[in-house]
Write a protein that binds this ligand. Sequence first.
Ligand code: IVH
Length: 683
Amino acid sequence: MPEHGTPPTQIEILAMDAETLELEVQRHDALYHEHNQPEIPDTLFDLMVERLRQLRPDSPALLRIGGLDPDASHDNAASPDDAEQLHTGDKVRHSVPMLSLEKCYSEQELLRFFERIEDDAVATPKVDGVALMIRYDHQGRLLLGATRGDGRVGEVITENIRRVQGIPHHIDTPGLEVRGEAYLPLSTFRQRFAEQFANPRNLTAGSLKQKDPQRTAEVGLRFIAYDVLGSDEKTETDKAALLERIGFTPAPGSRCTAAEGQALFDRLSTERASLDYETDGIVYKAHTVARHAVLGTTAHHPRWAIAYKYQGESGITRFADIEWSVSRTGAINPVAIVDPVSLSGVTVQRISLHNLGIIEKLAGQPLTIGDNDAYPLSSGARLLVTRRGGVIPHVEELMEPGSNTFNIPTTCPSCGAPTERREDLLMADHREDCATTGQRRLRHFADVIDAEGFGPKLLAQLYDNNLATEPADLYRLNRTDLISLERMGEKSADNLLAAIEARRTLPLDTFLAALGIPGLGRTLARTLASRFRTWEHLRNASREELIAIDGIAEVLADGLRQGFEDLTPVIDNLLGVVQLTEVEQESPASGPLDGQSFLFTGTLETMKRADAQARVRTLGGTTPSGVSKDLTWLVIGDADLEKFRAGWRSSKLKKAETLRDSGEGPEIIGESRFLALLEVAEA
Ligand code: IVH
């Protein structure tokens, strides 16, 4: 049996006997569900379960995984009806067990599921977060929130759950229990945590267990609901509508027949990359709730639902080299350069290793600066790599060690400042002119303001030629400067000048997010902009004024003030060249589109969705986030219009059509019609 802590390889799993598999499956299941400390990726766990199912289909371990342990004793667990006496950390017995899902991997298996349910299904993304239950009392007040625990008994974390976005503290339908997944948006993870944490799920689990609820609030967790108990809704569609009505975000669902099941899976798999959370498959549930009762459950999973899992696309490749990249925050982070490997259709060659701690975990051996002994993670090592959530390349495990050295730089590769290890990070007190820090800032700025054509290569060229070393310089570029660059034609130079000119006026929130202050992402920027309206107000805001804002804790408030101060020269230079616009008042601007709302679906050909929304809003229109009976227009990108005409429907489109059938809901239009509407409105 493999040693604890060292993940087995795929080959090793296939070689295990049934007894070993039983023990390993139970151990890893407990690590995942009870301790929230998985040691192996889901793909490997699934492989173990599959193999055990082949070798010993009646193994009791199969009944237990992620389900109910028949032997577990929970003498001290309270009933959720005693919620008033329950405190954080107490155990609570779920009124209805929170089960696992049966898994499948092929169309055949999916069809077998449809045969069993004899019903349509509703398909929703399987959110890879942390399962929670939330109870409301007879007056609709949030009374109790708990983790899934072992499925039978969970842990009370009510105060932390109140700090998760998307969980209403009050609902107008009393006595319900809502279940769903808490998750950390991928955008937040990438922006604020990717350097220090291995994955969003662990961070989510960790933040939900914080002793101080304010710490939970700071992370920015969200919630997607997939079930509601205690209502007499007849179908999954009605349940989703109820969840939405009481203020939750239901998992986006599409209804389908057996014949449509696979095509829907294919389509949702391609949409996966555009979701702001990690998913590991699609959950199909029998549409009619009455069928659930007839079908019943096993000890492990309901028989009316199945998870069609994505083939965790993984590959094995050779570790070639390590590159050190200086981040905006000054940490010097390791990036693995690997032999090109194709993962879900994309060739991956550079994979962030995040920080020193993660390297040590992969290698199972501590690292020391300036140590020149052979290290397991070194050139020649073989790595199992995946794209997490189908998107972010990730090193899952070290399959075969290398026998070379792994050298941590003793100075910043860019400015030469001496490095030192602070916890898991390699840090340096960078010199003022540290090129990479400056370049990063420039890149981040160009990225956030969406300056077309200003990619990393060009920015590096501009930086190296001293043409742009800080954001303000971008606005001072001229044609001669640009043409002087290698491989730059007149036409490209003019396009670049036009692109930057188009960004000379910036909404305050874009400006703030573009500064690259740690913790100040787009969401917080929007909150700050709408609260303080002008840069002057915000710059003069006191610590107390900042802390008074929901979601800003003391640490963050101090970080913001420090960030503004540190960047004074950069900001002042920028203010000399850009014009800031106030963000609209909460009540929408008034204009020719007053009273009209626009929702977009699919990719727009002529402009970015965010720009389309901004134009609508400046003309007095609103841009809600979902289809409702009050929506005026649903705009389909021209790319999807063809598919729409051929019969394809996204969930937004389906909902819109259903509403239209009853005489309400939006008019569905293509992009060209939308442009024509804008033209008239702007005339
Ligand atoms: S339906 C089992 N829908 O996946 C009861 N579950 O691996 C019916 N999950 O325990 C659950 N996304 O916590 C459902 N769209 C979704 C889901 C989902 C994630 C979780 C859920 C379940 C686990 C099983």
